[in-house]
Design a binder for this molecule. Sequence first.
Ligand code: UDP
Length: 385
Amino acid sequence: MSLTVLMNAGPWLSVPPPGYGGIENVVATLVPELRRLGVRVVLASVGTSSLPVDELVSVFPDGQFAQLQRPYNQVCGVAQAHLGGVVRALRSRDDIDLVHDHVEAVGLATLAAMGPDAPPALHTLHWDLAKHPALYGTFDGGDRVRVNGVSASQLARAPEALRAHSVGHVHLATPLAVGADRRPAARKGDYALILGRINPGKGQDLGARLAQQVGVPLVLAGPVGPYHRPEDLAAAGDEARQNPDVRFFLDEVAPHVDGELVRWVGTVAGQERDDLLAAARATLFPLRWEEPGGTAVVESLALGTPVVATARGCLPELIEHGRTGLLTTDEEELGELLLAASLLDGRECRREAAVRFTPAVMAREYVRLYDQVRQHATARRLQPA
Ligand code: UDP
């Protein structure tokens, strides 16, 4: 296939990311598979990105993530500067067939603002589409700029103007799904795990309270705001409370965290994360928001751990109730479901992941969408005025 894609991962973190980095992880999962399919990839990222690509375009030498802690009026030029570099690259060459953009809001707006001679673009919506109502509610990308979601349920709630530009959704993937059906079963512990940022939408307060009620050991893994380790949060003192996720943790979650039945272990990474996930009796997603994509959900399946969750957002698309997990619309029922989850067969979860959530499946879907976006842009251009 002779297709050259400019993959815009943004200025915040290198690809692959050094630690937490949802979008950068998706790009790191997708790009090697695209290249295996013969796609040339020009990556727009920061200078420290180490992902093998055909070319790297960057404005910033390294990740600008730390800037996000500063006030908006001091940092609002960062993403724009990065996009400026992308626009200059697109204007100075004619080998880019399509831009695949992942930069929240400003990526979409900048690509749409480029003239009709710019390449067609696909912008992946990685977030909750209730955000940016002014932008999404009035969006006009013409025939050239299209969007895709990471689940059907996410797109279903998008404003009409944005949905009119949609070419559908592609579920998230994980490298852990490759050969998941052939991996031997892990020895299971007795605990359940909530893996994710500690945040009201992810519902760790509810999970911790219910675990105490039914007596199931629960491990909470993930950062609290910028704090990755319990000792760092403790050392930060009262100043840490300026962060809303810190206030949520201290006020709503911590009262249920006794360090014995319910523990917060901070952020886990690499093999430690995978081992913790594989040995859990179930993962718990006591959601209070419409989870858009759920990377941790597909990782759980890939490691043979059934998912217990509120039936919100993408969960009903990813989980088959009674086979790969247990879903409920009644959040108070989640504790009981945690007890029942031990009856589910982890092999079914691994099989499901190996069929639906591998990087190869995701890459094939994106290549299909690239074709669709390019055909649509060309067809319209060829129409008589
Ligand atoms: N994650 C991790 N360590 C943690 C908590 C989370 O590696 O302690 C990872 C998790 O495995 C997943 C990502 O962070 O890959 C979270 O992505 P998800 O889509 O589940 O949630 P988001 O934070 O993007 O809403």
